[in-house]
Design a protein around this ligand. Structure first.
Ligand code: FEO
Ligand code: CA
Ligand code: CA
Ligand code: CA
Length: 671
């Protein structure tokens, strides 16, 4: 048993009060500065952002809706340096859009089309991933507009298909008739990193971008294909933003047509039925080399990938990656590489070749949680268990079919349906994995289970379900990434401190740490100079249920470990008054070892967090402030509002952004 020491013994800041102010609020003794914002130019020749809806050239700007981020160090010579605290590359996902602020008067015909080509180009290019050089100078942190490292990856960027689905008929498109390449990445949400210094970016809500009028070409689809489309939700008549409705000036352009998931003729060049199969993957990017195409790692399965955080890398052991599928009643997955870890690979020159070695071959598992606090990793391997060519629900053809339809394989293997699995994080000291389960409005008193045990109201809403979410954690059997079983408990149940302590506020949250809808989740880097043995856990919220009380927030914690609490019986009451009970596993009450560190501006979510290796500079993402507003009446003016100005024009448009948080005495953030 690993002994867990905490040095220092307590969080070193006073809790920030809940508030609805239009600024980022941090504890006394800390400072906030703005690092990057939507639209900031990242090429020398790109114009400054006017932020009035007339800007163009988004393939050379910071994208919208910044989500997960990661800092990759650089030395003075511009080479990779994992210990650099003053210069690095910030890689950030750009998940989605506040589309109303991208155009002067909002978008034209955004629901059904036809869309103007110029508007659609901006919207497409504002998605994807950015890699931007950042430096700490005498005036603090800033990004470098003309750095040769700066890079945008958009939904149009050429990518390689790797792993079991490479070359398979399911990935054949007009763009890649041998199924080895694809175009771009979209709805990139959470992330992961590797010790060989690459980024794992995750494609989450990709299905909604596709147009597929129901039954448009059903006659050309097999029953299996139709089952798969419905299971993944590729069902829209128009698609988000209706990009397929554009008539391009260049008639040979297919960057809009590709969002129309159907065949319009008998020739291969008119067949776009497989386009959705290009998305829903984990994508590996070398942040240090912009000449290298991103690689889609299909061995890790296709789903609404939220994140892909690795477990500990131990020489001679097969590494593992933990992945949530963020939709109601979806699953937690783990990929275990076929290749035992060789520590020297961390410093290989060809980083994506190391990715090929560890990420293209291995075993994909899905989690089942048992009532007694145990659990199993169920393999999603062609020919094993119910994942066979004779399965009555879905006859699998091969491993390419299994990974492309991982959700269906998980269904037939009997995985546990979870309350929207978002980020995973791994305690770097003991290897325990934490998983945010953000909320689930379809969780009922009748179907609550030990790992998803609550269904209730949170006034003023009259809806029921798991309204506020929880954070589950698991410990692998034998403390190894290779384990096929585990124990679990629930670290914390999110809730307002005013809610029923017997059945809802089970973790005893107070005014200093009550929160709702945990989403982003990250353990502080173990390399910081604090000597701490139990690293800080950071929790970020994306909440709609608690916004009557506070804007979204970030908390810091020293968590304990799996099994430090006990069992609890929860009584849920259905709308008709019927009650039912569930026995769950709950960790020790967090008490003052969980504390609110930050509150964001109006209508934002807090998502994306990393630090320099020394823990003294924290980077935090502020996503979609003012998302409910209009160009004529924005509901937030952040980040312009951060300084507290009361004289900003009423039509000042909000922008997603990244903030730098430093302790005024230069100490480690949070301690
Ligand atoms: Fe993009 Fe599930 O958050
Ligand atoms: Ca409430
Ligand atoms: Ca999220
Ligand atoms: Ca969320």
């Amino acid at each position: 048993e690993t002994t867990v020491n905490v040095t220092p013994a307590a969080l070193g800041f006073t809790a920030v009060a809940k508030n609805k102010n239009d600024v980022v609020t941090v504890p006394t003794g800390y400072s906030v500065s703005i690092l990057t914002r939507l639209g900031d130019p990242i090429a020398q020749s790109t114009a400054a952002y006017k932020n009035d809806g007339t800007d163009t050239d988004f393939a050379n700007r910071i994208g919208d809706h910044g989500d997960a981020l990661y800092y990759y160090g650089l030395n003075a010579d511009g080479a990779r340096d994992d210990n650099s605290n003053i210069r690095g590359l910030l890689a950030q996902n750009h998940e989605n859009l506040n589309v109303q602020y991208l155009h002067a008067n909002g978008p034209t015909n955004v629901s059904a089309g036809p869309r103007p080509e110029a508007e659609a180009i901006k919207e497409i290019e504002a998605h994807g991933v950015s890699v931007v050089e950042v430096v700490q100078g005498s005036a603090g942190w800033a990004y470098v507009q003309n750095s040769t490292f700066n890079r945008r990856i958009t939904p149009n960027t050429p990518v390689e298909i790797r792993g079991p689905a490479r070359g398979n008929a399911l990935l054949v498109t007009a763009y890649s008739t041998d199924a080895t390449a694809g175009r771009g990445t979209i709805n990139n949400c959470a992330n992961g990193h590797t010790p060989w210094a690459t980024l794992l970016t995750c494609e989450e809500n990709w299905a909604g971008y596709f147009r597929r009028p129901r039954a448009a070409d059903d006659a050309r689809r097999t029953a299996k294909e139709l089952t798969a489309l419905i299971r993944y939700g590729v069902t829209s008549t128009n698609g988000n933003y209706a990009w397929a409705s554009v008539t391009p000036a260049n008639a040979s352009s297919t960057i809009f047509r590709k969002w129309d998931a159907q065949a319009t003729g008998s020739s291969a060049s008119a067949d776009y039925r497989n386009e959705p199969n290009q998305y829903g993957w984990v994508v590996e990017i070398d942040p240090y080399d912009k000449t290298k195409a991103p690689r889609k790692r299909t061995a890790l399965g296709r789903m609404n990938h939220e994140g892909c955080w690795p477990g500990p890398f131990v020489a001679g052991r097969k590494p593992a990656f933990y992945m949530g599928d963020d939709a109601q009643n979806e699953y937690l997955y783990k990929f275990v590489s076929a290749t035992p870890w060789v520590a020297a690979d961390a410093n290989a020159a060809d980083r994506l070749a190391i990715g090929d070695k560890y990420l293209d071959t291995g075993t994909l598992y899905v989690a089942r949680f048992n009532a007694d606090g145990s659990g199993e990793w169920l393999p999603l391997v062609f020919g094993q268990g119910n994942v066979t060519s004779t399965n009555a629900t879905y006859a699998f053809a091969d491993q390419a079919d299994v990974v492309t339809h991982a959700r269906i394989a998980a269904d037939v293997q009997g995985a546990t349906r979870m309350d929207r699995p978002e980020w995973t994080a791994v305690n770097p000291v003991n290897g325990e994995m934490y998983l945010t389960l953000t909320n689930n409005s379809s969780r009922t008193a009748a179907n609550a289970d030990p790992a998803n045990p609550r269904s209730y109201q949170d006034p003023p809403s009259t809806s029921r379900g798991n309204r506020n979410g929880h954070i589950l954690r698991l410990r692998e059997t034998g403390d190894t990434t290779e384990a096929t079983s585990f124990t679990w408990d629930i670290y914390v149940f999110a809730a307002g401190s005013d809610l029923d302590a017997t059945n809802i506020n089970l973790s005893g949250l107070t005014a200093d740490n009550d929160h709702s809808s945990p989403d982003g989740l990250w353990f502080g880097r173990p390399s910081n100079a604090s000597g701490q043995v139990n690293p800080l856990l950071w929790i970020q919220t994306d909440d709609g249920a608690f916004t009557d009380v506070t804007n979204n927030q970030m908390l810091a914690a020293f968590p304990g470990r799996v099994g430090d609490g006990g069992t609890r019986t929860v009584t849920n009451t259905a709308a008709d008054g019927t009650t039912s009970t569930v026995v769950t596993r709950i960790g020790a009450a967090p008490g003052t070892n969980l504390r609110r560190f930050l509150v964001g501006p109006i209508e934002c979510e807090i998502t994306g967090v990393d630090s320099t290796p020394d823990g003294r500079t924290l980077f935090v993402g502020i996503q979609h402030p003012g998302e409910g507003g209009t160009p004529a009446a924005p509901t937030s003016k952040w980040p312009d509002s951060q300084g507290g100005s009361t004289s900003l024009p009423a039509t000042t448009r909000p922008r997603s952004g990244v903030v730098v948080i430093r302790k005024n005495d230069g100490g480690i953030v949070g301690l």
